[in-house]
Design a protein around this ligand. Structure first.
Ligand code: NAP
Length: 286
């Protein structure tokens, strides 16, 4: 059994498999999710349920949040029912959701006011790496907090890269998701262009994956493109959020604006809850 008592808020596509890995690694984990029925499978796997955020932070040394967006994370931290209202000095809160660097710095300041340690630790990698415990964890924290959280990172990822203070990891996360957006848009446009000129999707994806342009993400998304089926591993609406945050954080490169517009249009067309690779369905119509 691992000595750190953990609390976890947010059992969506990512939170669920991440908690399972912590349980497998021997941590005691107390969970809290807004929609209660998502807690069921984890309780069966050995987690305990908290009835409130206050109860969660009272029982845990370290609380992790893995929530949709900045608004959700702020709601869980702040206010009379939020984590900080019941936080005892010395606790650690780790936010692993993707949020604005500005939000991470704000949460850090708020935590300091409560003498709570704050770690900004967004992840690169989707549901499969979350299940396999092979996420790439980007860490913004003091060196001391980074070391304290290392056993938890070991259970969740293949590497935890300490990039600087809170806020810096969120910036790194927005940068890598910009590249993700470019990659998926590029694959979608390439496959559709080839198909219009008589090259099957199967052949074009084979050419991509067998050649120097193939990469981890092109391989992962190939079955979804071939089956024309996009159940969310990483919901398209979350990439729209990340590209918007990147723009707001100062990204003003030639491709960010049309890239954001393309994914935002796909969300407007009703594809927000589909996997991000559903961008190809949106482009197919154009
Ligand atoms: P998700 O499946 O949409 O789950 C979102 C979670 O946030 C759910 O537990 C949801 O609760 C909770 N939530 C949303 N609004 C809330 C609020 N106002 N108060 C309390 N809880 C709230 O998202 P996900 O795919 O797990 O992603 C989580 C975070 O990780 C996001 O920031 C995303 O950008 C990032 N991320 C995702 C991936 C990926 O591949 N999926 C990869 C890397 C990073 P309910 O169950 O009640 O709705």
């Amino acid at each position: 059994m691992n000595a750190l008592q953990l609390g976890w808020v947010g059992l969506g596509n990512m939170g669920n498999p991440m908690v399972l890995n912590l349980l497998k690694a021997g941590f005691e984990v107390t969970v809290f999710n807004r929609t209660k029925d998502k807690e069921g499978p984890l309780l069966t796997a050995g987690a305990t349920a908290a009835t409130s955020l206050h109860q969660l932070i009272e029982t845990a040394d370290v609380v992790v949040t893995m929530l949709s967006n900045d608004t959700a994370v702020k709601e869980v931290f702040e206010g009379p029912t939020g984590l900080l209202a019941a936080a005892i000095p010395g606790k650690i809160i780790i936010n692993m959701s993707t949020v604005a660097p500005e939000t991470s710095r704000y949460l850090h300041t708020l935590c300091q006011l409560h003498q709570v340690h704050f770690i900004d630790a967004p992840v690169s990698g989707s549901v499969k790496p979350a299940q396999d415990g092979t996420l790439v964890i980007l860490v913004g924290a003091s060196s001391e907090d980074y070391e304290t959280a290392q056993p938890l990172f070991d259970a969740l990822g293949k590497i935890a890269i300490h990039v600087g203070a809170p806020g810096v990891a969120s910036s790194a996360k927005l940068a890598i998701n910009y590249l993700l957006g470019l990659n998926l848009q590029g694959i979608a446009e390439t496959v559709l262009f080839a198909e219009k000129n008589g090259v099957s999707k199967q052949d074009m994806l084979n050419i991509i994956n067998q050649g120097a342009c193939g990469n981890g993400i092109s391989n992962i998304k190939t079955p979804a493109i071939l089956n024309d089926s996009f159940p969310a591993a990483f919901a398209l609406k979350h990439l729209v959020k990340d590209l918007r945050l990147a723009k707001e954080a100062g990204l003003d490169s030639p491709l960010i604006h049309p890239l954001y517009d393309s994914y935002a249009a796909a969300e407007q067309e009703g594809l927000g809850d589909q996997d991000v690779m559903a961008i190809i369905s949106s482009l197919q119509l154009k």
